[in-house]
Design a protein around this ligand. Structure first.
Ligand code: DHB
Ligand code: FE
Length: 311
């Protein structure tokens, strides 16, 4: 059976009625987007002859996605969050902005409210027998190459099980474990004393992994560390680095890897003097270059629902 009804008056009227397209009330922008997305869905059902069983499977899937609280995870896994980055990169290129540390996805696991320290913060609050010490440090500079004082560098990452505090299914971590914030001084430097993360994997029984299974895709990320960098007179930077040598670096289910975001990992001694749990530790230098405001404004601020906690 193949029928084509999308272009009939009846269906076009239905789309207009369902989105109140001809009415004056409601949110004009929302109505425009709803009409377009619903139209694209109806057209796909017609073009691909999507069956009622398939439509209901999709609708039931949306219920499971909401029950699992995984819509933001899915957004990363289906490349939607990466697509937004590709568009922001293109907008920057069009505006002639270049030279900053490349952006990459925020992901769904940030928690606002980490305690703010000056220049250095120790963020491994909980013991983790399987993770070795790691120092992450660098300099925040502006487009002119000068250090930025008073920048706030936030970072967050997983533990040796690939779990993030606040979202840890084992409940093992305290509130701000492996989450930190530092304020740069005149030298623009920041440092986090922490533990080496392991790559994150989607909850195996969750809706995201269910969809990935049907596509024959895995739901794993290489080991990585997230950053926000804010400063009163530069655009906010949202980025991550991947840990060099992780086998999944170029096979990230969330597509966050970029060539410039794989800093070398070196081994150093002197960890005990820094208060680390062993004298031999890994060191990653990750410098952060900010970009200027566009017409006096930060056009990189992304508003989305974020978890917040009190340290
Ligand atoms: C997801 C998890 C992450 O740790 C991350 O950085 C991005 C996405 C996710 O589960 O979708
Ligand atoms: Fe992550």
């Amino acid at each position: 059976m193949s029928v084509n009804v999308f272009n009939t008056r009846e269906v076009q009227d239905l789309l207009k009625a369902a989105t109140n397209a001809d009415g004056n009330g409601g949110n004009t922008r929302f109505k425009q987007i709803a009409h377009r997305l619903l139209s694209d869905l109806f057209k796909a059902i017609d073009d691909l002859d999507i069956t009622p069983d398939e439509v209901w499977a999709g609708i039931n899937y949306l219920n499971k996605l909401g029950q699992d609280g995984e819509a933001t995870l899915l957004a990363a896994g289906i490349g939607l969050e990466k697509y937004l980055d590709i568009r922001m990169d293109a907008a920057d290129e069009q505006a002639g902005i270049s030279g900053g540390t490349p952006r990459t996805i925020e992901g769904p696991l940030y928690v606002a409210g980490a305690p703010l320290r000056d220049s250095v913060s120790r963020i491994d609050l909980d013991a983790d027998a399987d993770a070795g010490p790691l120092v992450i440090h660098g300099t925040v500079t502006g487009p002119d190459g000068e250090p930025v004082a008073g920048a706030v560098v936030e970072c967050w990452h997983a533990n040796s099980k690939g779990f993030y505090s606040h979202f840890d299914p084992t409940g093992a971590q305290s509130d701000f474990n492996l989450r930190g914030a530092v304020n740069t001084g005149a030298d623009g430097k920041y440092e986090f004393r922490t533990l080496m993360p392991v790559g994150y994997g989607c909850p195996p029984d969750g809706a995201t992994q269910q969809l990935l299974n049907a596509l024959d895709r895995h739901g794993d990320r290489p080991a990585h560390v997230h950053f926000f960098v804010t400063s009163g007179d530069h655009r906010k930077l949202t980025t991550q680095f991947n840990v060099e040598g992780d086998p999944l670096i170029w096979d990230d289910f969330a597509y966050a890897t970029r060539e410039e975001l794989i800093p070398p990992v070196t081994e150093k001694t002197g960890g005990v003097a820094l208060g680390l749990k062993a004298d031999v530790y890994k060191d990653i230098e990750f410098n952060l270059t900010l970009t200027p405001f566009v017409q006096g404004k930060d056009n990189q601020i992304v508003n989305r629902l974020r978890v917040a906690a009190v340290a």
